[in-house]
Design a protein around this ligand. Structure first.
Ligand code: KG4
Ligand code: ZN
Length: 358
């Protein structure tokens, strides 16, 4: 079947067309129009500005996605859209565009949870041999979420641990702001951290130490707000160093490693309890190369029975191909009678900033 999906929950206007059959999802087009440059001036996403940009870009993005996929609209079997969670002014643009298309084109429409989309980015372009087996444990790390999700099967989610305050990506962004190295913070911090690693043999290099919050707590929850504050205190202690590139690199390296240590320890702990066959990494922070590698090594050494999956790099951040993939599995798992009802589903779909995954 051919699915067209739309995603506008934050600062990317995205539309994708996929061809999905026999549990295989192939991308025909995946267009993402990023607003990063616009929001960088403000140091974070401004919801109303994001909405304006989405409104300007949504139709051209949909048009480009259809053109690149070489799919006439008659061939589309299903439409999907991110319903939430996210910024309401931003979500509304995508949801209304999708509802309008569903009404005018008379197509079925599915609303998808943004985090469900991130998880299903792992199911895109998988070959049959490496099919993801259940139960699975997903480490979701994005700008808005840090969760450990236990999946007994497709679409069956139980959040077994989550952040009590800042999300991992949010902590990267805030630390980048403290260090004044730009927005979005994740890629910048990762870049500095990599530079520090390259020069780690430098005997003079400065080595701050930051806490690993919640590491020894007997649960699978996270907390990153204290870690961010530790970075702030560190820089306040050394105001003369704040513009020194080597110092920034050392701080970034230690901060990133603290986040990674906590994420890995908690994931391994949860895996000991839930004994997953597959471990999935998902969300914008899954683009972090050190996290991808170190989690992979930790799984190989400690959980030989579990297979490790990461999304392809272009699918780590917000995109619509992941929303289309999730929609495919939702549609597949519905009884035929329910599938038929989706024809008028546009009546029911609305944006929900705090949508819970279920
Ligand atoms: O999933 P995403 O694109 O949007 C949300 O759903 O929140 O995640 C965005 C987050 C941002 O906080 C960004 O700084 C972070 O992902 N990020 C990274 C990297 N690339 C993006 N964090 C660490 N390392 C990266 N390489
Ligand atoms: Zn996201």
């Amino acid at each position: 079947m051919i699915i067209l999906a739309i995603e506008t929950s934050c600062d990317e206007t995205a539309c994708a067309v996929i061809l999905a059959q026999k549990n295989n999802v192939k991308i025909l087009s995946n267009i993402v129009s990023s607003q990063v440059k616009l929001h960088a001036a403000w140091g974070g996403v401004v919801p109303n500005l994001a909405a304006r940009e989405h409104l300007k870009n949504i139709l051209p993005v949909i048009e480009t996605a259809l053109k690149e996929a070489h799919v006439p609209r008659e061939k589309i079997d299903l439409l999907a859209v991110t319903e939430g969670p996210g910024l309401i002014p931003a979500l509304l643009i995508g949801v209304n565009a999708a509802k309008t298309l569903a009404y005018v084109w008379q197509k079925p429409l599915l609303g998808i949870h943004h985090i469900e989309g991130h998880i299903y980015a792992n199911f895109v372009d998988l070959n049959q041999k490496s099919a993801i087996k259940f139960p699975a444990l997903c480490l979701v790390v994005s700008g808005g979420h840090t969760q450990l999700v236990h999946m007994k099967n497709h679409l069956d989610y139980k959040i077994v641990g989550e952040t009590l305050d800042d999300a991992a990506g949010e902590a990267f962004d805030k630390v980048a702001r403290i260090l004044n190295i730009g927005y979005p913070g994740g890629p910048k911090v990762a870049q500095y951290a990599a530079e520090h690693k390259l020069k780690a043999t430098d005997a003079e290099s400065y080595k701050p130490t930051f806490p690993r919050p919640m590491l020894n707590k007997n649960n699978f929850d996270f907390s990153f707000s204290g870690l961010k504050t530790a970075v702030l205190y560190e820089t306040k202690k050394n105001p003369e160093k704040i513009s020194n590139e080597k110092y920034i690199a050392a701080v970034c390296h230690e901060f990133q490693q603290a986040v990674i240590d906590v994420l890995i320890t908690k994931t391994l702990k949860a895996a000991e309890k839930f004994k997953p066959q597959s471990i999935l990494l998902a969300g914008g922070v899954s683009a972090n190369q050190e996290l991808r590698q170190q989690l992979g090594q930790a799984i190989e050494s400690n959980l030989p029975g579990a297979q490790y999956f990461t999304p392809e790099l272009p699918l780590t951040g917000d995109n619509a191909a992941m929303i289309a993939a999730a929609a495919y599995y939702r549609f597949q798992n519905m009884p035929k009678t329910k599938q038929k009802l989706l024809q008028k589903n546009w009546l029911k779909i609305s944006a929900d900033a705090n949508l819970k995954i279920k």
